[in-house]
Design a protein around this ligand. Structure first.
Ligand SMILES: Nc1ncnc2c1ncn2[C@@H]1O[C@H](COP(=O)(O)OP(=O)(O)OP(=O)(O)O)[C@@H](O)[C@H]1O
Ligand SMILES: [Mg+2]
Length: 267
């Protein structure tokens, strides 16, 4: 698919190692404003490493180029990337006892340079977002993620995402462990920020999220690389046939290309 607008996010030649082990082995990805990309792939193929590497996790060695809204961010620490609109939703959000949800959100917004000095206006904005996402208002004054259920934590991740107004969002298995209602909350949050022009990269294992948040493109990871790309429909074939389907696709791609006389599509 071609798109004339400037990408909101792109990366080229991303390679990532952890503890001297090479995990991500050369990934290029481009996302335009309002596009939703899905990243799928078998367990251990490197999806989470890719997601955390893009955010600049200090334990990872990352090489390659990362551009956010036209600016190179690969040399920046994670908080600088966040200030420029990169948001990473964690698979396992951490609890912060002693810090309420409301005060955490306010501090996060302040850290991003957003003005929350009018406490009344801030509470009102918070209340609106809680209501829009169907999150009980009582959560606002509880300690962040402390004693929250798995699904409640995921809803709060989405709430943070919506409030931060990010430009590019990476969500790592945001749909895992969600009940059907929470899945709808999460999906509406993702659709909302995409409609506002953010780019989205969602790591997921299942079709059910993609029924509610229809991806522009699906990228299939295998052994640290994007082995195959397809339209939203391709996920149905994956669900029906498992990752053998993907392996056959990849093998088939090589065969197709060799017929045209071009060689070495992937190593
Ligand atoms: N610090 C590390 N040291 C050594 N190996 C690591 C390290 N971090 C990740 N790995 C390995 O890298 C591979 C990719 O892990 P990653 O968590 O990125 O996979 P994933 O695609 O997200 O899998 P899943 O679908 O199960 O979440 C795994 O084999 C994992 O064991
Ligand atoms: Mg993972």
């Amino acid at each position: 698919m071609t798109n004339a607008t400037q990408p909101i996010f792109s990366c080229q030649g991303i390679e990532i190692a952890a503890d001297a082990k090479s995990i991500v082995k050369g990934v290029d990805l481009t996302v335009h404003p309002g596009e939703i990309h899905a990243l799928m792939g078998p367990n251990g193929s490197g999806k989470s490493t890719f997601a955390t590497g893009l955010m600049g996790h200090p334990a990872l060695t990352v090489s390659g180029r990362i551009t956010l809204n036209g600016e190179s961010v690969e040399e920046m620490p994670p908080h600088e990337r966040a200030r420029r609109g990169l948001f990473l939703g964690f698979q396992y959000p951490v609890a912060i006892p002693g810090v309420t949800v409301a005060s955490f959100l306010r501090a996060s917004l302040n850290a991003l340079g957003k003005n929350t000095t009018n406490v009344f206006a801030f509470r009102k904005e918070l209340e609106d977002v809680f209501e829009r996402l169907g999150i009980p208002w009582g959560f606002a004054d509880r300690y962040l993620n402390d004693g929250f259920s798995g699904g409640e934590k995921k809803r709060l991740e989405i709430l943070q995402m919506v409030m931060m107004e990010p430009k590019f969002v990476i969500l790592d298995e945001i749909d895992s462990g969600l009940d059907v209602d929470a899945l709808k909350v999460v999906a509406s949050g993702i659709n909302e920020i995409a409609a506002r022009g953010a780019g989205v990269l969602m790591v997921t294992h299942y079709q059910r999220l993609l029924d509610l948040v229809v991806p522009t493109r699906v990228h299939y990871f295998m052994e640290g690389k994007i082995a195959f790309e397809g339209e939203a429909d391709s996920v149905r074939e994956l669900e029906a046939n498992g990752y053998d389907w993907l392996k056959q696709k990849v093998t088939g791609q090589v065969a197709d290309v060799s017929i045209t006389g071009k060689s070495e599509v992937h190593s």
